[in-house]
Design a protein around this ligand. Structure first.
Ligand SMILES: NC(=O)c1ccc[n+]([C@@H]2O[C@H](COP(=O)([O-])OP(=O)(O)OC[C@H]3O[C@@H](n4cnc5c(N)ncnc54)[C@H](OP(=O)(O)O)[C@@H]3O)[C@@H](O)[C@H]2O)c1
Length: 337
């Protein structure tokens, strides 16, 4: 079978190699999944740059995919041959709060990922894909979709009528926009271009602020709430944006600290964190139960992921380049040939 491997990291993707591997055979409790589609996340660039913990040369990259169960080992009861499934990002975090040991089963980082024709997984690490979603759509969910879900569901419940701030037009942010609309919330989005602003509005954003034209956009976002501030923030920017996010946070605001597309440097004044009731939640994707909850909610609403572009399996490198270039809108997918 064909599988991609990173022979080394931190060399601008030069070591991403398409190889021929032996097809896996399932042991007790294991399943073999024929991967039909993958999707990339910013985190896959972090892996390629050698900035992810626990990497080892030879790793099969990419956490996200969807496919069909083609073989099961003894004692498998959760799925059967022919089932369409999505592997969960943290293979051993099934439910409940995060524990340090759950971070050792991260696909495409700590353990081999899914950028391969066939993968071997524990039966506990997969969930069924609802019929209404294609493999390409299903492939987008395990990291970005679940992260958006946990960002909106951590802390006190999000209430209809509240205002959610999302940043940019990447995978996590667009899922957060769609889910926040599903929860009956107002959405304010930031982005870098007029074209993307229109597309975010078409997806349901009530207002969009261009963070390039308005670098101190926190005040503009606060104005859009009549001075009250936003109720929930899905923070993916890091330096610079976190400060602006806190500047537009309302009293009792819940901040889900998800990402750092702008890097990891920066200083935050304690004063910005003193807003009464404000809470900052660290996010590490989510559990298999979170993935199942996301899929149930999406199925009721018939919500569809936004796919930017689909690249053939043989052109995975171009898919990485597309993500790196930041002109994408939604998810960059790799599927078949
Ligand atoms: N903690 C977790 O569990 C978790 C899980 C998933 C992802 N993440 C992190 O979340 C972040 C987003 O991941 P992703 O996969 O959704 O990324 P992505 O698809 O690559 O999207 C990145 C987008 O961020 C926007 N952006 C870039 N610089 C920005 C800035 N200074 N301010 C606001 N937006 C900016 C751009 O959109 P525009 O062009 O529209 O501005 C860009 O397309 C990454 O840092 C990733 O590592 C964390």
């Amino acid at each position: 079978m064909k599988a991609y491997h990173f022979d080394a990291f931190g060399d601008d993707l030069a070591s991403l190699r398409l190889g021929e591997d032996a097809a896996p055979t399932p042991g007790p409790g294991q399943v073999v999944v024929r991967i039909r589609a993958n999707a990339l996340n910013y985190r896959d660039l972090v892996v390629a740059r050698n900035e992810h913990p626990g990497l080892r040369p030879g790793l099969i990259p990419v956490s996200d995919g969807a496919g069909e169960v083609v073989e099961v080992g003894a004692g498998v009861y959760r799925v059967k041959v022919g089932d369409r499934v999505v592997p969960s990002f943290h293979q051993t975090w099934l439910s409940g709060p995060a524990e340090p040991e759950f971070m050792r089963g991260m696909l495409g980082g700590v353990v081999d990922g899914l950028l391969a024709e066939y993968v071997l997984l524990d039966q506990q690490g997969v969930v069924r894909l609802p019929d209404y979603l294609s493999y390409q759509e299903g492939a987008t969910l395990a990291c970005a979709g679940v992260t958006a879900w946990t960002s909106l569901t951590c802390g006190p419940p999000l209430r209809a009528g509240q205002t959610v701030l999302v940043q940019g037009s990447g995978g996590v942010s667009i899922f957060a926009l769609q889910l926040a609309r599903m929860f009956g919330c107002k959405v304010i989005a930031t982005t870098s271009s007029a074209d993307k602003a229109e597309r975010l509005k078409a997806l349901g954003a009530d207002s969009v602020v261009n963070y390039v034209e308005t670098p101190a956009w926190g005040a503009a976002v606060r104005d859009l709430t009549g001075g009250r501030g936003v109720d929930r923030i899905v923070e993916v920017g890091g330096p610079g944006t976190l400060e602006q996010s806190l500047a537009c946070a309302g009293m009792g605001a819940q901040v889900a600290l998800v990402g750092y597309v702008g890097g990891l440097a920066g200083e935050i004044s304690p004063r910005l964190l003193m807003r009464p009731g404000l809470a900052v939640h660290g996010v590490a994707v989510g559990s298999r139960a979170d993935l199942s909850a996301l899929l149930s909610a999406m199925e009721v609403a018939q919500m569809r992921p936004v796919i930017d572009r689909v690249f053939p399996f043989s052109e995975a490198l171009q898919a990485y380049r597309r993500l790196e270039g930041r002109s994408h809108f939604g998810k960059v997918v790799i599927a078949g040939d």
